[in-house]
Write a protein that binds this ligand. Sequence first.
Ligand code: GRF
Length: 203
Amino acid sequence: MFTIGLIASGKGSNIRAILENIRQGELDVKASVILSDNPHSKALKIAEEEGIKHYCIPEEKYKTTLSVKTEREYVRILKEYNVDLVCFAGFMRIIKKEMLNNFFGRIVNIHPSLLPAFPGVDAWKQALNYGVKFAGCTTHFVETDIDAGPIILQAVVPVLEDDTYDTLHKRIQEKEHIIYPLTIKLIAEGKVNLSGRRVSITC
Ligand code: GRF
């Protein structure tokens, strides 16, 4: 069976949505392991509740890039669980060669903006402050540059005049919870084709 490994640092709402899709039979994959760099991440709690193997692999607090040693540990566990696809779901660390080489073309991420607009942190705040009329979210393959790999799916939400950071983020996250499970499903079914930077979906 197609196996995914999930990695998160925060509240884990995307992980919850993915697991819910699996439970409902919408997504025919096995979530074999959940990893986090943050011992307080809800992702670990969700894993515990769901009986999924989970590990916290911390890194120094103010270090955004994983050290080679720590990154090797992530890779070791992902391999131990025979992960076909690595899914970042709010993983707040920068990865380098170790993971990219070992899972080449098999790491995906979700970002809360219509990339290439607003990469980096708090993308919904950047969008609201910029004054765009439409915001959204993007799933993409992970490459060396941050939030810059080939785009798989995007979903758009309108920015309303009375939006606050919170209301806009909530509306974006509702879409994330739809396109992330769908992205994984399409990849697991072998329907996602990559040609250069362009991704096409086979129906
Ligand atoms: C999401 O907004 C995702 O786009 C970004 O990190 C956030 C994670 O949210 N990469 P959650 O922890 O899944 O709720």
